[in-house]
Design a protein around this ligand. Structure first.
Ligand SMILES: Nc1ncnc2c1ncn2[C@@H]1O[C@H](COP(=O)(O)OP(=O)(O)OP(=O)(O)O)[C@@H](O)[C@H]1O
Ligand SMILES: [Mg+2]
Length: 351
């Protein structure tokens, strides 16, 4: 049910940066049409909750106008373990329509929230004829959370047509840009300011997802504590800028030791995946996105500690970039735009 000609933007409302991407459909591909990003103050969105809706709405409006976006339809996303649950469950075989009717009942025992408070969606993954069973991916998102995000977007004059989940947006953007090897397990890891999204793909199919509430803020907080500086100054240090009274050579050590906590969290999640996966699966590569991918020396540290090769996600690898875009600037913000680019790929009527 693709409404042809209707332009859609992907809008990723992060706790540090709000990003927008608009793509143009080409024959057999995509072209970048519009792109923008705006930072928000750290107190506006905390733990994935929008605490100051009017200012988030203002930020979105500013972003849309600065990026020259005319489209009205927006695909947005939510994430975080306190509001999004993605589970792979096994059910007796039944028709999709039948599951539509009974999903609430079937999923209830797997969802740690009150079933009446969530919006449920599902996808049938695999039929196991011999056992009369099928694998189903169930996604439950707290309605409060959806309403919160939908409301700021509507207030900004946009029309939120799809509410997606960060982990799936990342999977979408990975799929169109990277070759899928059926024998490999790839971990997509997105580290923002306050969330880590992990999605492990086995031969291109998602088999494990987890969100955790750690992120780049941990590094900023460590710098603030160590040097008794403001949040803004800590952010400047992370970007490699100098701050008066702070010895540059001490910054790297603090960043690295705080990074260990983030890496520990990823490592524990991978261990959990390995012990719970039926085949004792190995992970062959990490595709890293989010602002933390840009922290100096984070990538080699992650790779060394976990013992897996790390590639920084390029969400525009297979997307045509017109000459009007500043390619150097684009290169510098690539990993930060991954979720927004994934959202921009969604079309009304997709599953
Ligand atoms: N060039 C850079 N160098 C170092 N750190 C950076 C750079 N750019 C962004 N960051 C850090 O990355 C984080 C922001 O990344 P991102 O935009 O992916 O987060 P977000 O989507 O807003 O947050 P979340 O999804 O967790 O709510 C911040 O902690 C910021 O300090
Ligand atoms: Mg984010």
């Amino acid at each position: 049910m693709l409404i042809s000609g209707r332009r859609i933007i992907g809008l990723d409302i992060g706790s540090k940066n709000i990003k927008a991407v608009q793509l143009k459909d080409l024959k057999g591909g995509y072209q970048l049409d519009r792109l923008g990003m705006v930072s928000v103050l750290p107190e506006l969105i905390v733990d994935g909750s929008i605490l100051d809706a009017p200012r988030v709405t203002e930020a979105i409006k500013g972003l849309i106008s600065d990026a020259g976006i005319k489209a009205k339809d927006a695909v947005i996303s939510v994430s975080g373990h306190s509001s999004v649950i993605i589970k792979r469950i096994s059910l007796p075989q039944m028709a999709e329509e039948e599951l539509e009717e009974s999903i609430k009942f079937e999923a209830e025992q797997y969802i740690p929230f009150d079933i009446e408070d969530v919006s449920l969606d599902f996808q049938i993954l695999e039929q196991r004829q011999d056992e009369n069973q099928m694998d189903v991916m169930v996604v439950a998102v707290k309605r409060d959370k959806i309403n919160e995000y939908v409301s700021v977007v509507s207030e900004a004059g946009l029309n939120p047509v799809i509410v997606d989940v960060d982990a799936f947006a990342l999977e979408n953007v990975y799929e169109i840009n990277y070759e899928i090897n059926p024998n490999e397990n790839i971990a997509i890891v997105n580290i923002g300011a306050s969330t880590i999204n992990m999605n492990i793909l086995k031969g291109g199919i998602s088999v494990f997802t987890r969100d955790s509430s750690l992120g780049g803020n941990l590094l900023s907080e460590a710098l603030q504590r160590e040097f008794t500086i403001s949040y803004d100054n800590a952010e400047r240090l992370k970007y490699g800028e100098a701050v008066e009274g702070v010895p540059q050579e001490d910054v790297a050590a603090i960043l690295m030791s705080a990074s260990e906590d983030i890496i520990g969290e990823i490592s524990r999640s991978f261990d959990f995946f390995r012990t719970t996966s039926k085949q004792g699966d190995e992970i062959h590569e990490i595709i890293l996105s989010g602002g933390c991918a840009l922290v100096k020396d984070f990538v080699p540290l992650l790779s060394e500690r976990i013992g897996i090769g790390v590639k920084i996600m390029d969400p525009f690898k297979n997307i045509r970039i017109p000459d009007s875009f500043d390619k150097g600037h684009l290169k510098r913000i690539e990993p930060i735009m991954a979720v927004a680019a994934g959202l921009a790929l969604r079309r009304v009527g997709d599953r």
